[in-house]
Ligand binder design. Sequence first.
Ligand SMILES: Nc1ncnc2c1ncn2[C@@H]1O[C@H](COP(=O)(O)OP(=O)(O)OP(=O)(O)O)[C@@H](O)[C@H]1O
Ligand SMILES: [Mg+2]
Length: 265
Amino acid sequence: MPESHASHRPRIIAIANQKGGVGKTTTAINLATALAASGEQILLIDADPQGNASTGLGIDQSIRNGGSYALLSGEQTLGQLALPTTVQNLFIVPAVADLIGADLEFGQYDRREFLLRDAIHSGNSAAGTIFIDCPPGLGLLTLNALVAADAVLVPLQCEFFALEGISQLMRTIDMVKHRLNPTLALEGIVLTMVDRRNNLAEQVSADVRGHFGTQVFETVIPRSIRITESPSHGLPVLLYDFRSAGAQAYLNLAAEFLRRQKARV
Ligand SMILES: Nc1ncnc2c1ncn2[C@@H]1O[C@H](COP(=O)(O)OP(=O)(O)OP(=O)(O)O)[C@@H](O)[C@H]1O
Ligand SMILES: [Mg+2]
């Protein structure tokens, strides 16, 4: 990816939820794609050993190089590791299998929670926004993302234990703020895989909005078969089926994301 010569710093957003399968990667890929389409350079760092964001963007194993593992270990820089994707303006630092051992391997390092932050700060990426796709769980990789980030975006699936799960995540975010990254903010909560015919989902969604108010994005992501299909084609849903409800929802989410960002400035 092109390096920046200006002294600008990208905004860094961690996409996190310790619960698995709630739409973190889908949101990372499609929000990043929608923002890239608006002309901004976007970088996605795949910090999940599963490598779903890398596969979902069609990045073949053979070209992944050191990926985010080499970034964390300091072996290679952001500029060396970021690869172009089929989406114009969207670059990715893919995940590689070595990342599975990260907790054990980097757990011994003095600055173990700061590895990603240090790597991002020492490279001068031209990206305006960097998204970090976190693995499920609250291990060292997620911690590194929360320490590197300016803000955390939380995809939330509206199901029975949703509120309990999210309070645990909020406690972790508070812990990170107090001990490691005082300026970490909550970018917002995105309700994902929403099925309007499901009464429980409606109830949970109302509870989450009652509790978190305007921190919940107005845009909701509906359950959509096109979203489920798109990763197996190595494409964001926006390229796979632009007219689908899922693609349009992510376009709306990107517009709301930009509006909220502007309002904050
Ligand atoms: N709105 C949606 N409609 C239909 N299927 C979806 C939707 N969002 C995500 N999915 C599907 O649900 C599964 C889990 O989504 P995703 O991989 O984005 O979750 P995740 O939180 O990143 O999971 P993990 O914790 O394992 O990393 C995937 O198969 C994905 O294609
Ligand atoms: Mg994922």
